[in-house]
Design a protein. Sequence first.
Length: 351
Amino acid sequence: MTSRNTSRKPVGVIGAGSFGSAIANILAQNTEVLLYARDSEVIKKIAETREHRGQKLHTNITPTGDLSYIANTCDVIFPIVPSSAFRDMMQQLSPYLHPYHILIHGTKGLDISLPEGQRLQDVTTLERDHIKTMSEVIMDESVILRVGCLAGPNLAREMSANQPAATVVASHFQEVIREGGSLLRSERFQVYGNEHLIGIELAGVLKNVIAIASGALSGLGLGENAKGLLVSRGMVEMIHLGQAMGGNVQAFLGLAGIGDLVTTCNSTLSRNYTVGYRLAKGESLDEIIQSMDEVAEGVNTVQIAKKFADTCKIRIPIAEAVYAVLFEDLTVDKALQILMKYPFNVDIDFL
């Protein structure tokens, strides 16, 4: 299939993981795409075989290892790399960026900025100023103002199979929402806009913690009643924490919130769900992480969420239980017993 708009400049995607490759394929239905990968062997393999991570890549995609080439060629760039590498990537990209660039990231994670030499486990309090969403990292490290993010139930394997899906492009700028929609929308991929950038980012980030818990429930062989309980109470936790971090309730009630939460909590394709499932089956976190070829962002997020919630004196019992299972040797079975005895008095308390 050829590009529908041959006059349009190519679009850049930074990060050739499963999601980055899937987004590149969707963009390539409408325009030429430059796909950045760090590994020269990956670049060579994509160029020769037109395949990567089990996905067949569109002929409109050109692999490259040159960030300056992407910045000089593309006005719109989609950075999609793990949160742990995001700031380093932005520091490398930043010298080539200009205020005319638009960056729409697809990373569902958080960045921590602590004083020199300090680690998350060393600090007793974690303020909001120490926590950055990826849009905040972009603005920290570059001259870019027109920033957006992708969020929603976007399982890469289903997207690469061209199954119907949708995403939210969130930004404070209508121009970014329009441009993102124009580039991504197709017969099989719908795009919604949302002006609540921080809330949408936080919805995509915090749901990963609940997805770990959901995988653990499935690993224990528990049923749909338990899953419904988890998802609904998990959403309440996400909203309380999201509000404390500067997000708004509405951001959590749409496709990027409830839509993504329900999808990720029910999918064996989700890395975070898989972590929880394997923990419930008796594997250790180290074993699970070492065997996965891509990051499960919820493992990092739950550490940040717990420390921030402790600082703000917010109770997030599901996230606290997930943290204890991951890092304090609590068994999944025991965590469930504790949660079932937790004194929830009110169902909805955030409206």
